[in-house]
Design a protein around this ligand. Structure first.
Ligand SMILES: NC(=O)c1ccc[n+]([C@@H]2O[C@H](COP(=O)([O-])OP(=O)(O)OC[C@H]3O[C@@H](n4cnc5c(N)ncnc54)[C@H](O)[C@@H]3O)[C@@H](O)[C@H]2O)c1
Length: 321
C-alpha cells in the first residue's frame, strides 16, 4: 500500500512511519521546525530530523496549508492517509493559526482522500472533552477548555459529516495522554513521563503540581497508539477514544520512575499555572473502540515505563546532560 503520513517528523507520525516503512511505500510530509515561536514561547512546529533517522521512504518538507504540499500529497495517490500534522501544543493562544492549520487543512486532506478513495485516519484528541465528566465518551458533553481541543472537535464534526455524505472511510482517533520514544523534540510539551524521567536521572526530585496524587489522566503508551492506527484501516468509520480506560495519577508516574531507576529523591511540589483550563481527571470510555476497531490496549503504566526507560536513559546521555 501507499501510505501518506502528515506530521511524520513528529512524535506519533515518526513512530507510524518507522512502523509501516518495511511493509509499505511511505511518504512523510512535515514542515519540520524553524526558530519561529508562538506568544507562549514554544516553537511553532516540533518536527525534527532525528525522529526520522533510520526511516526508509520519501520525505517532503512542506506546510500542509501550502498549495505545493497539497499537490505533492495528491500526486502520491495514497491508499491510506495518517493525518498527524497539527499545532499539537494545547497552550497556544493564537486561535487564528490553530484553526487554520488544524481545521482548514483537514478539508484539503479529506478532498485528497476522496479523490483517491484513500482511507483517512486522523489524530483527534482527548482535549475535545475539556472538563466533561469521566469516563469521557464520544458524543457526551464535550467542552474543550482551549482552542486546540475545539479545533479537534470541529475536525471530528467535519469528518463525520463527510463520511455520512460520501461513505468515505474516515476514522478519528481521540488520543489521550501519549508517551513514548520520539517525544523528546516536543520540548516542554513532551509527556511528564519523559520530563520526570530526565529530572530524576539528573539527580533532582521530580517537580509535580500540588495535589498530583489526585490529578489523574488516561496515559497511553505509543505502542498502543500504533496498534489503534493499524486497526483503524479495517475498522468501522467513526470517532473513537484511544486510551487505556484507566486513570492514573502524575504521582504514580513519578513513583514508578523512581522505583525503576532505583532512587528515592522525594518530590518537589509547585503551583499549577494552568489550573483554569486544566484537565484534572480523564479516563477514556473505550468500549466503542473495542467494538468498532477491535482495539484492546496492551500496556499498563508500569510495563510501559519499564519498556520506555532505556530510551529515556539514551536521551538523557545523548541530548540532555
Ligand atoms: N501526543 C499526545 O499526547 C497527543 C494527544 C492527543 C492528540 N495528539 C495529536 O496527535 C498528532 C501528533 O501529535 P504529536 O504528539 O506527534 O505532536 P508533534 O508536534 O510531535 O507532531 C506534529 C507534527 O506536525 C508537524 N506540523 C505542524 N504544523 C504543520 C504544518 N502546518 N504543516 C506540516 N507539518 C506540520 C510538526 O512539525 C510535527 O512534526 C497531532 O495531531 C496531535 O494534536 C497528540
Amino acid at each position: 500500500m501507499k501510505i501518506l503520513i502528515t506530521g511524520g517528523a513528529g512524535f506519533i507520525g515518526s513512530n507510524l512511519a518507522k512502523y509501516f516503512m518495511d511493509k509499505h511505500e511511505v511518504l512523510v510530509v512535515d514542515k519540520f521546525r524553524s526558530n519561529e515561536t508562538f506568544s507562549n514561547g514554544n516553537l511553532k512546529s516540533f518536527g525534527h530530523y532525528k525522529n526520522l533517522i533510520g526511516f526508509k521512504g520519501q520525505i517532503h518538507c512542506g506546510d500542509i496549508c501550502d498549495r505545493d504540499t497539497i499537490k505533492k500529497m495528491r500526486e502520491f495517490k495514497p491508499d491510506v492517509i495518517y493525518h498527524e500534522a497539527a499545532i499539537s501544543d494545547t497552550t497556544v493562544a493564537e486561535q487564528d493559526e490553530i484553526m487554520r492549520v488544524n481545521l482548514n487543512s483537514f478539508k484539503d486532506i479529506i478532498d485528497i482522500a476522496y479523490e483517491n478513495g484513500s482511507k483517512l485516519i486522523y489524530a483527534s484528541s482527548g482535549a475535545t472533552y475539556g472538563d466533561a465528566p469521566s469516563p469521557q465518551s464520544v458524543g457526551k458533553g464535550e467542552n474543550p477548555g482551549n482552542v486546540y481541543g475545539f479545533s479537534k472537535l470541529m475536525m471530528d464534526e467535519m469528518g463525520r459529516e463527510f463520511n455520512a455524505k460520501t461513505g468515505l472511510h474516515i476514522v478519528g482517533l481521540r488520543y489521550f495522554n501519549v508517551y513514548g520514544d520520539g517525544e523528546f523534540y516536543k520540548n516542554k510539551t513532551a509527556s511528564m513521563v519523559l520530563q520526570f524521567g530526565l529530572q530524576i536521572l539528573s539527580g533532582k526530585a521530580p517537580r509535580l503540581f500540588e495535589g498530583s496524587d489526585k490529578i489523574k489522566r488516561d496515559f497511553i503508551y505509543i505502542q498502543d497508539i500504533i496498534l489503534a492506527n493499524e486497526l483503524a484501516i479495517n475498522g468501522d468509520s467513526g470517532v473513537y477514544n484511544v486510551g487505556t480506560g484507566n486513570a492514573r495519577s502524575f504521582q504514580d508516574i513519578a513513583d514508578i520512575l523512581q522505583r525503576e531507576i532505583g532512587v528515592n529523591l522525594g518530590n518537589e511540589y509547585i503551583a499549577n499555572p494552568f489550573a483554569s483550563q486544566y484537565q484534572f481527571f480523564t479516563q477514556a470510555d473505550i468500549e466503542p473502540t473495542r467494538t468498532g476497531l477491535k482495539y484492546e490496549p496492551r500496556w499498563s503504566l508500569e510495563d510501559a515505563i519499564k519498556d520506555y526507560l532505556p530510551a529515556i536513559k539514551r536521551i538523557y546521555n545523548s541530548e540532555f546532560k
